[in-house]
Design a protein around this ligand. Sequence first.
Ligand code: SF4
Ligand code: SF4
Length: 253
Amino acid sequence: MHNHIDFETRYVMCVDIDKCTGCGACMVSCQAENNIAPMEDGSNKLKTLTWMLVYELNNGKNFPDREVAYLPRPCMQCENPACVPVCPVVATAKDEEGGIVSQIYPRCIGCRYCMAACPYHARYFGWFDPKWPEGMDKTLSPMTSTRPRGVVEKCNFCHTRLMNARQRARQEGVDPLKMPEDWYQPACVESCPSGAITFGDINNPEHKVHELAHSKYAFRLLEKLGMDPQVYYISRREWVRKQADHHTAEEKH
Ligand code: SF4
Ligand code: SF4
C-alpha cells in the first residue's frame, strides 16, 4: 500500500486555507479551461461535474465563537491512487514523470469503479452530453477535449498546460524536467484572487511548493489511508488541521 515511486518531477499543489475566501474563482476557471458545460439543473449536486470543488468548514461553535474556512478540493493526484488499480480497462494511470493521474476518455467504459474507490470524491460521471447555450460555445477552450456522456472525468492539474510547457522547453533547449515554475501553472492557481494556491515541482528547490509543503502548518486530507495525496493544505488554525483526518473520539490524533 505504501509503495512510493520517486519520480524526478512531482507536481504538487499547496492551498493556504487561511487565505481562501471561498469566492469560487478556481471553480469557474476550471470549468472554462476544461470545457465543462453548464448543467440545465446546476442544483443537482449528484450529477454536476465539479473537478474543483470548494467546501465550507466550520469549527462547530455558535456565534460569536463560530469560525469558517474554505477548502478547495481538486483531484489529489495520489502517489498510491485507489482509483487506478480498480479500473478494468486501464483507462486511468499514474504518469511516470510529474505524477499526474491521467484519465483516458476513449478507453473508459463508465463502470465507475474508480469513483467508488476514490475517498476524496474527486471523480465525476458524465450523465449528459455536454451542451453550451448558443454563443457560449464560442468560448470553448481549444486546448481541452470535450467528453461524451457515459465516461468518468476528473481534475488532471490542467495536463494540456504541462504538455505545452514541455513543448516550449524542447524548443528553447531547457530540460523538461527542470522547467521554471511559471511555465506550468493550472488555471485555478492563476485565477485565485487571494493567491491561496501555489503549484510546482516539490523536487525542485527553486519552486515555492518545495518549502511550503514542509511547513509545520501543512497537512493533507485522510493521510491515514496511506494514499499519499499530492495536494497539501496549510492552516495556522488547529481546528482546521484536525478536520483533515476524521479521527473518532477514541483514536489518537
Ligand atoms: S484523489 Fe481520487 S481520483 Fe484523484 S488520484 Fe486520488 S484516488 Fe484517484
Ligand atoms: S469508470 Fe472508466 S476509468 Fe473508471 S474504472 Fe470504469 S472504465 Fe476505468
